[in-house]
Design a protein around this ligand. Structure first.
Ligand SMILES: Cc1ncc(COP(=O)(O)O)c(C=O)c1O
Length: 366
């Protein structure tokens, strides 16, 4: 018999009694494509992340792609990014034709190092891609300074960081481009989906066109004139209906991730061979995954697995893919971080007893 494991990730779906009537209502409403339901979800998600200039899309990848397009990233440009992420962060950069320039990470956090990014800026740098990996928030104070000093925009890949905060505000509220994902295993899922948060009205209008072939929805289709080709990146009403129901639960669901994360932050302090991750000033993580560094990682993962607890690095570093061969460079901090980091379960499905058991096992030297 397969052993029942506490997983690292698990989709949260609101109770069927709430979800199914809404999905049914939209499915048989005669309007299942992008429409009122999407606009309502945008309004509600916008209030959640404290930014009304927001577009819902069919994926986080679409959000990243449109952000890069709005900035005008193109062939011959460079975008500084991190390899410590899921693939779409960087494949979208490759899609624009720009070259990915790897920034090294801060050895303590695994997040992009502002100093290292600064050293990689050239005339060709068109954007800096930040990833709030596992829900930990990058050193946004330092990156905003770099952005202002060099006039290079920042894109926040916040696929893991819904509910994270910077200077007391939600991630999504601050930077000119923030991308969320509602993919299956994120804090909030709509099966697939995403959102792009913006700060400028003109870019908001342009992004709306880019998500729908380049057409302007406010003008009759017969009178439309596509000046710049766009994509088919919009969200549909069925997905949005799901999002509206899911969103009602997010304060509680994300709250559980955060509560569990903070619990580990306290309980796992001072254990030999284990290093906890410090969080940058003015940032609050949303603990999509709980991240820690372990000297004997392989043994640690095995021991936890034997006790029914999944522990794993989850993502594979992105710089190893052939498509990024020409971007290859030395990343000594990432090499070191990558050898030691591991995630343990901390999501909404981890109850008080389970987190206590996990912490005790780790404290006792697993
Ligand atoms: C860090 C990161 N960025 C971007 C994405 C892309 O999101 P999506 O799957 O919604 O396109 C994901 C998730 O898949 C991710 O983990």
């Amino acid at each position: 018999m397969m052993k029942k494991m506490i997983p690292l990730v698990k989709p949260y779906i609101a109770p069927a009694s709430e979800m199914m009537p809404e999905i049914e209502r939209i499915l048989y409403s005669g309007y299942i494509a992008e429409g009122e339901e999407v606009y309502q979800f945008e309004e509600q998600f916008g209030s959640f992340v404290q930014n009304p200039l927001l577009l819902c899309l069919n994926s986080g990848t679409a959000a990243l792609h449109i952000a890069l397009e709005l900035i005008g990233v193109d062939r011959g440009d460079e975008v500084i990014s991190t390899a410590m992420t899921a693939e779409p962060t960087n494949t979208t950069i490759a899609l624009t034709g720009a070259k990915v320039i790897w920034g090294d990470v801060d050895i303590n956090t695994g997040l992009l190092s502002p100093e290292n990014v600064r050293s990689k800026i050239t005339e060709k740098t068109k954007a800096i891609m930040l990833v709030h990996y596992a829900g930990m928030v990058c050193d946004l104070d330092a990156f905003h300074k770099i952005s202002e000093e060099f006039h290079i925009p920042i894109i926040e890949d916040a696929a893991h960081a819904l509910g994270g905060k910077y200077r007391g505000k939600m991630i999504g509220a601050y930077s000119p481009y923030t991308c969320f994902s509602f993919q299956a295993i994120k804090h909030m899922t709509t099966v697939d989906g995403g959102a792009l948060c913006l700060k400028r009205e003109n870019e908001f209008k342009e992004a709306k066109k880019l998500r729908w072939f380049g057409l302007d929805k406010s003008v009759s289709r017969l009178k439309n004139d596509i000046k710049r080709p766009g994509y088919k990146y919009g969200m549909n009403n069925v997905t949005a209906a799901m999002g509206k129901v899911q969103l009602k639960h997010m304060e509680t669901i994300i709250g559980k991730h955060i509560e569990n994360g903070k619990y580990y932050d306290e309980k796992l302090k001072g254990i030999p061979g284990i290093t906890l991750i410090p969080y940058y000033e003015y940032t609050e993580p949303s603990y999509w995954l709980y991240t820690l560094k372990v000297e004997q990682r392989t043994e640690f993962m095995k021991a936890l697995e034997d006790k029914g607890i999944t522990a794993s690095p989850l993502h594979h570093r992105s710089d190893t893919h052939s498509v990024f061969k020409s971007s290859h460079c030395e990343l000594p901090n990432l090499d070191k971080f990558y050898e030691e980091f591991v995630h343990i379960p901390c999501g909404w499905w981890v109850g008080e007893e389970e987190r206590e058991r996990i912490a005790d096992i780790i404290k006792r030297g697993w």
